[in-house]
Design a protein around this ligand. Structure first.
Ligand SMILES: Cc1ncc(COP(=O)(O)O)c(C=O)c1O
Length: 507
């Protein structure tokens, strides 16, 4: 009878204990202890090795072979100690092939080595394994978000309980979220809009804006053709006089701009737009002002640097990537809304099985694309508690000061040409000796950068500014000083002189 009735035969199974497979030990707490001590030992060595090191580039095919070898290895008979040995090997491989962000030779990108306690907090949140989108599963992180929002709110001079902060996994996601809010607030009938007497909805932005903003305009159905690109001045800021005429031109063409995106720390040069002036313009024209402060929004924490952001408090929304200039693990992004009601306009859809009616605005998921979201605020809060706001401020001030010194150094150096006076910790320049006319300046910069990368002592980046290629350094490493920058210049000179004097063929 049982045989013919699948439901009954399944019921029979109720009486049996399922035998526990060997892999059960993967959940064992002793593995946590042992693996953590192995990992911590290796990571400690890595972060204390601050010597000049660049990236060791490996042939992708070689790496693929290695990864496949590990992936195919059979674990059927593996004992715990063997698994840990593999774990150790993989850590070594990961470290060896990673960008050495703890090295003083690392001057390449906007991410940094992390404050160790924040890295450990990341482990803590991983092991807690609960999303932060709902108060029920994130009681402490939800309240921490509120308290951290208040800390920043008071730095902005915002009145308590009038604003809101949403965490997102990265600045790109914060930018699209803010643009969606802007669209819903300023063009409420967008979903039904086929044509409108008020014109085609459009977004104005700096020509140097981060690509995530342009992409967001496409994704949100506004259409990249409806981007009004505002030219920048020699400092990389939106040029105010040209902005007015570009906007008038766009309006004459039938576009109806509803949002202007400014930057606080552009990606190429770290320029900060004239936020007060832009806020005045937006108010006059009834635009939403969003500031992409992914890079320099964190200047808010410093009493010395905050002045550079004057006017950000007037923005309707702004993005701040704490995983960039606050030395925290990715991602940790804060999206600020000046008006807390606006944050509720981003998404219309409700999910009755999750959101509580009386959540007191603590169910962050209602205002966020993400359902399962890491409690990233913990990575910011714990170092904030242990070391204070001053810790972040001091490090940022030091890095900006070193960047300024590097700029003056370049101005004094023969054959080096800085392209801008730095506002933040990004500096772009060219090496262009007089006798280099045999090689195109652009090709020379690219060749220098490639050789530096291959040599593996420094890691720097490159950038295109108004069609010209330049070398780009980002002072993110917490140990970096002028000594390291001077060593980089010596290296650039040596490589550059060799390329020029031997009239090396490039590319
Ligand atoms: C100005 C700016 N905005 C946004 C982003 C994107 O941030 P994320 O990488 O956190 O998505 C970047 C990244 O470099 C950036 O420089």
């Amino acid at each position: 009878m049982y045989k013919n009735n699948p439901i009954d035969s399944e019921l029979m199974l109720l009486d049996r204990d399922i035998s526990i497979p060997k892999t059960q030990k993967a959940f064992d707490a002793t593995i946590l202890r042992e693996a953590v001590s192995v990992a911590v030992e290796k990571l400690s060595k890595n972060i204390s090795n601050t010597s000049l090191r660049g990236l060791q580039l490996v042939q992708p095919s070689r790496l693929e072979e290695l990864v496949e070898e590990y992936t195919k290895r059979t674990h059927k008979d593996a004992k715990e100690d063997i698994s840990l040995k593999i774990f150790e090997e993989i850590i070594d491989l990961y470290v060896a092939t990673g960008i050495p962000v703890y090295s003083t030779g690392y001057m390449g990108r906007q991410f940094s080595g992390v404050v160790p306690i924040a890295g450990l907090t990341d482990l803590l949140t991983s092991m807690m394994s609960q999303p932060s989108s709902f108060y029920e599963s994130a009681q402490l992180p939800s309240i921490v978000e509120k308290v951290i929002a208040n800390e920043f709110g008071s730095l902005l001079g915002w009145k308590k309980d009038t604003y809101d902060v949403v965490t997102t996994s990265g600045g790109s996601l914060a930018n699209i979220t803010a643009l969606l809010t802007a669209r819903n607030c300023k063009v409420p009938n967008f979903y039904n809009l086929h044509s409108s007497s008020e014109g085609i909805p459009a977004v104005a932005m700096s020509s140097d804006v981060h690509y995530s903003v342009k992409r967001a305009v496409g994704i949100l159905g506004i259409g990249e053709d409806q981007i009004v690109s505002l030219p920048v001045n020699t400092k990389g800021q939106i040029c105010m006089s040209q902005a007015e005429s570009k906007l008038a031109e766009a309006e004459a063409k039938g576009l109806s701009v509803f949002c202007l995106v400014a930057s606080a720390g552009t990606t190429p040069v770290g320029a900060i737009d004239l936020l007060n002036d832009l806020a005045e313009l937006c108010k006059r024209k009834n635009y939403w002002l969003h500031v992409d402060g992914a890079h320099a929004g964190s200047f808010l924490v410093s009493d010395k640097l905050r002045g550079k952001l004057q006017g950000i408090e007037l923005a309707d929304s702004f993005t701040l990537d704490a995983h960039k200039t606050m030395f925290l693990p990715a991602s940790c992004t804060l999206l600020f809304y000046k008006n807390k009601e606006a944050a509720q306009q981003t998404f219309y859809k409700k999910a009755s099985y999750i959101f509580e009616r009386d959540s007191n605005n603590l169910d962050g998921g209602e205002k966020s694309f993400e359902c399962t979201k890491r409690p990233m605020i913990m990575n910011l809060w714990i170092p904030w508690v242990l070391y204070g706001r001053e810790f972040f401020a001091q490090k940022l001030e030091e890095l900006c000061e070193t960047t300024k010194q590097a700029y003056y150094k370049l101005k004094l150096e023969k054959d080096f040409y800085p392209l801008h006076k730095p506002e933040a910790n990004i500096l772009c320049f060219r090496y262009s000796p007089e006798n280099s006319n045999v090689i195109k300046v652009k090709d020379l910069q690219l060749a220098i950068r490639d050789i530096i990368k291959e040599d593996g002592k420094f890691f720097i980046s490159k950038v295109e500014i108004e069609g010209e290629t330049a070398l780009r350094v980002v002072f993110m490493n917490h140990e970096i000083t002028m000594t390291h920058f001077n060593e980089l210049l010596t290296e650039i000179k040596r490589i550059g002189e060799d390329l020029v004097s031997n009239n090396k063929k490039l590319h």
